[in-house]
Design a binder for this molecule. Structure first.
Ligand SMILES: Cc1cc2nc3c(=O)[nH]c(=O)nc-3n(C[C@H](O)[C@H](O)[C@H](O)COP(=O)(O)O)c2cc1C
Length: 477
């Protein structure tokens, strides 16, 4: 009520970058010294007018709003003030809107975090993971030691190729976030896998040790952790400046070569590969089961999945998809007889694949088979790459399915349960991807598209499980 009464015609809503600062439950909203100074100037002017008995002073429900950022002055009058029926309607919708925004308020609704360890983990939980699965539990052993538990990789999830490569990349991204957060508390972090670690998809335990640093090290990328969010819509086609590309490759060049695909022809080639992967995955029942589990159809942000509104499709196509996703037989029918995957390919790959600054692929520098620790180190670099992109005002979308099905084809793995047509499509995809990468398919670790955000503002995003849900009790506690 206070907010809507204060700003009858808000001009600032469109440029609120980080909704996580709107925390209605705790009655906290962002404000800047600039706004406060402007208000002070205005009030003092009105007071002067009263004191000098000069100039008319218009009391509420007259209002005037000045937005210095947009250079907009709005003046008006609300008949009956806050009792006005229109104003009441605004409260109703305002409450819904702000409640939705407050969902992202980072854990502020909970009790204050008691230990430094909890504060560090609280920041690390904003690391991304494939389909927002957040495959980690934290066991705080002491003020200097955490055990991170990674569950067994789901055998039936086809996206978890190479014994869970996407999961372990995400784990590396989370560990890098943990490291940055620890450094801001003056702690250096080291993680280790057990010496006899076996990488076959079994559950893993990572030991994280912290050591006091002489002084606190601030990593400016840490501020971008909650702001970084995948964008699956169309971007601007404006090219990346060389400086941005250099800053991005500086984050990863210890481990990776980066290949850029920026010309219209290259973008088209890459988006066709992504579309081919979409065509394959939408025809697989195992993938359907994953989609059904992770796509969240309840409006708003999603704590444990991906909100339907963020998958990159327009409202009409989403309605169609929702109907088709009611059962596998429906989906299968649509795919076979109604050209079901074409619309998805067009909206999720072809159009956005063209509407971006470019695609990129990260390839191991020195080739060869890597172990689990290498994959997690790759994840660490990847998180820095994505955060640097966010810092540069860029958005990204990974194209992991393209790597996934190319991998199956390259390794001769039967992912399709003997479906020859799908196996052939994957072989073609692998060959085309290999050709695009100059024969380096076996080196590719990660790929995606990147660019400056387009007109579509993603209204919904994946948020994270609450901290308490991620803490596992220590057996000794
Ligand atoms: C290793 C990894 C692979 C991913 N692969 C894809 C992908 O192929 N397509 C996609 O749209 N998003 C992909 N994502 C993005 C995640 O779905 C997204 O980061 C997650 O749902 C959390 O959402 P947020 O980025 O908005 O915080 C991937 C993320 C990670 C960490």
């Amino acid at each position: 009520k206070f907010l809507i009464g204060l700003t009858p015609r808000p001009a600032h809503r469109g440029y609120l970058v980080d909704p996580s600062y709107v925390d209605m439950k705790n009655r906290k909203v962002p404000s800047t010294p600039i706004g406060i100074q402007l208000c002070t100037g205005l009030i003092v002017t009105e007071v002067l007018k009263v004191l000098l008995e000069r100039g008319g002073v218009k009391a509420a429900p007259h209002y005037q709003l000045y937005d210095a950022y947009r250079g907009i002055l709005r003046k008006g009058y609300i008949p009956f003030g806050n009792g006005n029926p229109l104003q009441r309607l605004k409260y109703f919708f305002g409450r819904m809107l702000y409640a939705k925004m407050s969902e992202t308020a980072t854990q502020k609704e909970d009790a204050p975090l008691s230990s430094v360890m909890e504060q560090i983990i609280d920041q690390a939980r904003w690391a991304p993971s494939g389909d927002n699965t957040q495959p980690w539990q934290f066991e705080i052993k002491s003020e200097r030691k955490i055990i991170v538990h990674i569950p067994e990789i789901e055998q039936d999830n086809l996206y978890e190729f190479d014994h869970g490569r996407p999961t372990y990349l995400a784990v590396g991204m989370m560990l890098e976030t943990l490291r940055m957060a620890a450094a801001s508390h003056g702690l250096a972090l080291r993680w280790a896998l057990p010496k006899d670690v076996v990488w076959d998809g079994r559950a893993q335990e990572i030991t994280v040790n912290l050591r006091k640093l002489k002084k606190t090290v601030s990593d400016d990328l840490l501020d971008y952790v909650p702001l970084r969010s995948v964008n699956r819509f169309s971007y601007q086609t404006k090219a990346l400046p060389d400086r941005a590309k250099k800053l991005l490759s500086d984050e990863i060049d210890e481990l990776f070569d980066i290949q850029w695909f920026e010309s219209p022809v290259q973008r088209r080639r890459f988006s066709r590969l992504n579309a081919a992967a979409t065509d394959i995955r939408l025809c697989l029942e195992k993938c359907f089961k994953v989609h059904k589990k992770i796509i969240d159809w309840t409006a708003g942000n999603s704590r444990e999945g991906v909100p339907a509104g963020a998958v990159g499709m327009d409202k009409v196509s989403l309605l169609l998809m929702k109907q088709a996703m009611k059962s596998w037989s429906r989906m299968d029918f649509m795919n076979k007889y109604l050209g079901g995957t074409l619309l998805a390919q067009l909206q999720m790959d072809i159009l956005p694949g063209h509407k971006c600054a470019g695609h990129f692929a990260l390839l191991w520098k020195d080739g060869g088979k890597k172990d689990l620790a290498h994959i997690m180190q790759a994840g660490e670099k990847l998180q820095r790459f994505w955060l640097q992109a966010t810092k540069q005002g860029l958005v990204m979308q990974p194209s992991m399915a393209t790597i996934c099905f190319s991998y199956y084809a390259e390794q001769g793995i039967d992912f399709s349960g003997g479906n020859l047509a799908l196996a052939n499509k994957a072989t073609r995809l692998g060959n085309d991807f290999d050709a695009l990468l100059g024969g380096r398919l076996s080196d590719v670790v990660f790929s995606g598209r990147i660019g400056y955000p387009g007109k579509v503002k993603t209204p919904e995003r994946s948020i994270r499980k609450k901290l308490l849900a991620l803490l596992s009790p220590s057996p000794s506690s």
